[in-house]
Each structure stands twice: as C-alpha cells, then as structure tokens.
Design a protein around this ligand. Structure first.
Ligand code: IPE
Ligand code: IPE
Ligand code: MG
Length: 252
C-alpha cells in the first residue's frame, strides 16, 4: 500500500493504517497551566479532558490498543500534594468514565506496579478491569505507577522464581519468555510512541517494547492535544519506512 492509500484509509477510520498499538507520553500539563498563571493541578485536570478526546479519536481511527502514560514510578518524587492530586484524578476518571468506556466497547487495563498503590485505587482498577474484560473495540492501557525498569525487574524476578521452582529451564528464557513476563504480556509492541510537551526522551516508558516503535514528538502540551493531533501523528506514521534491521523497506 502506498503511503497515500494508507493515509486515506486512516482518514476513513476503517483501520489506523497498520497501527495496532499507539502509546502516548502525556507531557506538558504543568507548563500548560504555568503559561496561564494557573496552578499545575489545573493542567492535570485539563489533561483528563485530553484523555477523553484522545480515547474517542482512537476509537474513530480504529486503533486497537492505546497506552497512556499517566504516572511514572519516578513521579513519586514530586511534591506530595501533586502526587495526591494525580491519584485523585485517576479515582475520578474511573468513577466518572468507566460506564461510558464500557458502553463504547473499551477494555480498560492498568500496567505498572500495584503494590505501592493505595488500596482503594487498586480496588477501582480491579473493578474497571473486571467490568470491561470482554470488550474488544479498543484496549485502553493506563500506565499508572509505571516504570519500564521496574517492570523489567519484576519480570526478571518472576522468571527467576519460576526457574527456582523448576518450572522453566534458564536456557528456555528467550525474548518471548521475557515479553510474556512483562505487564504488557499478550499485547503487541507499540508501533508508534507519541510524546507531547516538547521533550525528546522516553522517561522510562516501555523500554523493552519500544525496540522498533516509530517515535513522534510534538511540542503541543498534553491539555491541548486533540483528534487532529492524533490523526496527524497517524499520518506521519504512514510515511515511515519500518525496516526492522533489513535492507528493503517493508512492502506492506
Ligand atoms: C505530565 O505533565 C503529567 C505527569 C507527568 C503526571 P507534567 O506534570 O510532567 O507537565 P510538565 O512537564 O511539568 O509541563
Ligand atoms: C513522563 O513525564 C511521565 C508521564 C507522562 C506520566 P515526566 O514529566 O515525568 O518526564 P521527565 O521528568 O520530563 O523526564
Ligand atoms: Mg513533564
């Protein structure tokens, strides 16, 4: 397919031009607020609106998997009031949006370390995952208390424990075994990672899974992100030649 044809297909919303998984580093909430003379928390609140718009846009574009980086394992080092505010937003999002997400055929999953989360949040996450487990239109992965290195450490411990119990031979630990021990087991690797907010880094997001992701950086602050920005990124993705180490461009 030519990039023109794949662009048309993405625009029609029949599929996302070969994109099975879009992951987004939602950055720039604080600066968005500071530019307006508002407290950073108002940027986070406005960011929730951008999440709603983006989920709708991903449904319209036919994206199968959407991962949103909401709170990193390093974000604990922010002021306690900001951490508490971000936890509150997750609670509010699940309480207010879960029914509509379920109606829209969205499967909600949360990746990240649950052990350090307040018990009520862990309960809300379990409730959201159980209610939406059979939905197939869009899988929404919320990366909350997520860090890629922490995820890899937890996977390594899981595999080491299996080996100690004799359930796996060390020689049988291959790339598939490691992928399957990560929080994203059974989910295809991201085809594209978008970062808003103007920084050019991954900040410990999906390091293993990003091996061949196309990276798209935009200066737009997350609270301003909308369907047009998502569609522009999908169009940009359509122009990329993914070679996976080979010589010839992928003819698909
Ligand atoms: C992203 O916005 C949201 C989280 C990391 C929780 P920031 O809060 O990082 O906003 P900036 O980067 O300071 O503008
Ligand atoms: C990455 O943004 C984490 C999330 C978007 C949740 P940060 O704002 O925490 O990243 P750094 O500190 O600029 O690398
Ligand atoms: Mg930031």
């Amino acid at each position: 397919m030519t990039s023109h044809a794949s662009h048309q297909q993405a625009a029609k919303g029949s599929d996302a031009g070969g994109l099975r998984h879009v992951a987004i580093i939602m950055d720039g909430n604080g600066r968005w607020a500071e530019r307006r003379g508002l407290p950073r928390s108002m940027g986070h609140r406005a960011g929730v609106e951008a999440v709603r718009r983006t989920v709708t846009a991903a449904l319209d574009a036919g994206v199968a998997n959407l991962t949103l980086f909401s709170f990193s394992s390093e974000n604990w080092s922010r002021p306690p009031a900001e951490v508490e505010f971000l936890f509150g937003l997750l609670r509010m999002f699940i309480r207010r949006d879960l029914a509509r997400l379920h109606r829209d055929g969205v499967q909600v999953m949360v990746i990240g370390n649950r052990n350090d989360l307040p018990p009520d949040i862990a309960g809300l996450i379990r409730e959201a995952e159980a209610l939406t487990a059979d939905n197939r239109r869009l899988r929404l992965l919320v990366a909350f208390n997520y860090g890629a290195r922490d995820e890899i450490v937890r996977a390594a411990r899981r595999l080491a424990d299996k080996a100690r119990r004799g359930a796996i031979e060390p020689e049988a630990i291959d790339e598939t075994a490691i992928s399957s021990a990560l929080d994203t087991a059974a989910i295809p690797d991201p085809d594209m990672i978008i970062r808003t907010g103007g920084e050019f880094r991954l900040s410990n997001f999906l390091l293993w899974q990003a091996a061949y992701a196309e990276l798209v950086f935009t200066p737009v602050f997350w609270p301003d992100f909308d369907a047009a920005h998502l569609n522009a990124a999908i169009e940009e993705f359509g122009t990329r030649a993914r070679r996976y180490g080979r010589v010839a461009p992928n003819p698909a």
